[in-house]
Design a protein around this ligand. Structure first.
Ligand code: ZN
Length: 108
């Protein structure tokens, strides 16, 4: 990110400061057909990991598509104050996600 890309906080319109959060919101869509295929293979006793490894859903594309196109992705800037106050539920969810990810990495 360039300095010229910096802009005020999207929540208070104040300066973001030297340390701030960039919140990315991307549209995600689950491919119903790929899910039905995976469920079908699972019903036949295939574990989900095996159906993915064998490309069982290859005929119907990616099982989950996450938008990367700028028109479908929103990036919000949040100063530390807004992140801690106005977005406290988001901050709690992010900490829980980080803890779960760290625990998963620890068990691998
Ligand atoms: Zn703010």
């Amino acid at each position: 990110m360039k300095l010229s890309d910096l802009r005020p906080c999207d929540f208070c319109n104040g300066p973001v400061g030297f340390c701030f959060r960039v919140i990315t919101i991307a549209l995600a869509v689950v491919n119903r057909r790929a899910v039905q295929e995976a469920v079908g293979f699972h019903a036949m006793g295939w574990p989900l990991g095996l159906t993915e490894a064998m490309g069982a859903h290859a005929s119907s594309g990616d099982p989950v598509a996450v938008a990367e196109d700028n028109e479908l992705v929103t990036r919000l800037f949040a100063c530390q104050d807004c992140y801690a106050t106005k977005l406290s539920a988001l901050a709690v969810a992010a900490e829980a996600r980080d803890a779960e990810t760290a625990a998963g990495e620890g068990s691998a």
